[in-house]
Ligand binder design. Structure first.
Ligand code: BGC
Length: 352
């Protein structure tokens, strides 16, 4: 069968190759969609990733798949996605079912670290790692993985902010890429007033959510802070350590800033002395990072996408964040009919 294979640490080695069919216990899945994100690009450029076996790795950690045969509580034709990170097997967090908070760093991740991913025709997976996708969500189910990352960030920010009396009224999302746009939608679904800032002149998707779009080419983030009075929450999804550090200065009293981007470039970044030495202390501000997602975040992600698909169906179509993976089962094509389950007039990306 075919798969998208790479050699981690060997730039531009990614290719379509023949790989053996999967064997062993578990649920047999046929992959329908695989999303491609910055992490996949970095792996492909030789900057990230650990081989699964020998020197190679099957890419793909954002997945949508269909169950190929009944078993383990699943039925042929069920749509599912699959968690990415697996337990290290020897830390408190992993023992408690929270490998997203792994304390050793010895975890593995599908398509990223020591475990083959989903960019292949068939996968056998542990039933405990499957997340059911409602049929009405259809191909948008592939957005569950990036959405789970955003759900975790917001959940942690709320926990941190909520350690003291606090109200989340105004949020700033830095980036209008996939993670920034999905975060914007999740915050809008929660009724928060959101500003989303990015380099592009405009973002139709951001504006459609009811958020204020700010082009940083015209308005700097510092100007935005002055205009608005600062933010209770900043979620920064840009791969730029300087912009990440700047988040602390955009907060108002008791504000929380969450970093989701990755920037491993060796460099010094600067921060205004009084922002760190005065405001962060006297105003009880917090800056924290978040990675991966807990199972509860996956479930929340699917529920949010199901609520929002009238709005988010455009994310796939217009931003092309999900690369089409042409491996649709014929049986599935003829046996699945999708219907609208949440009041929308037309179903999104139908599985066919
Ligand atoms: C994935 C996460 C993963 C992280 C670090 C991200 O692109 O979405 O699931 O934990 O990369 O490997």
């Amino acid at each position: 069968m075919l798969a998208l294979v790479t050699e981690p640490a060997v730039p531009h080695s990614t290719r379509v190759a023949d790989v053996p069919e999967p064997e062993g216990d578990g649920v047999l899945l046929r992959v329908l969609e695989v999303g491609v994100c910055g992490t996949d690009r970095e792996i492909s450029e030789g900057l990230f990733g650990v081989p699964a076996d020998g020197s190679s790795l099957v890419l793909g950690h954002e997945s949508l798949a269909v169950v190929e045969r009944d078993g383990h509580g699943f039925s042929k034709g069920d749509l599912v996605t699959v968690t990415v990170r697996r337990s290290c097997g020897h830390c408190l967090a992993c023992e408690e079912g929270a490998p997203d908070s792994c304390l050793t760093g010895d975890y593995s991740e599908r398509g990223i670290t020591r475990l083959d991913g989903f960019a292949r025709e068939l996968v056998i997976e542990d039933p405990e790692q499957l997340i059911p996708i409602p049929a009405a969500l259809g191909r948008l189910g592939v957005l569950a993985e990036p959405t789970s990352i955003c759900e975790r960030a917001i959940r942690h920010a709320l926990t941190i902010g909520g350690r003291q009396p606090w109200q989340l009224e105004r949020a700033l999302v830095v980036s209008a890429g996939a993670i920034g746009t999905i975060t914007t939608y999740l915050l809008r679904l929660a009724g928060i007033e959101v500003w989303t800032a990015s380099l592009e002149p405009s973002s139709e998707l951001v504006s459609a959510s009811g958020a204020h779009y700010v082009s940083t080419t015209n308005t700097s983030l510092n100007e935005l802070k002055t205009e608005t009075g600062g933010f209770d929450l900043v979620i920064s999804a840009v791969p730029d350590a300087q912009l990440m550090a700047d988040s602390l200065g955009l907060l108002r009293r008791s504000g929380v800033a969450c970093l989701l981007g990755i920037d491993g470039r060796p460099q010094a970044v600067s921060i205004d002395g009084p922002v760190l030495g005065l405001d962060a202390v006297l105003e009880n501000r917090v800056l924290f990072g978040s990675v991966n997602a807990h199972r509860q975040d996956w479930l929340a992600a699917v529920a949010s996408l199901d609520r929002a698909w009238c709005l988010v169906s455009d994310i796939c179509r217009r931003s092309g964040t999900s690369a089409r993976f042409e491996l649709v089962s014929d049986t599935f094509r003829s046996s699945t009919r999708l219907g609208a389950s949440n009041g929308c007039q037309t179903p999104p990306h139908q599985v066919r």
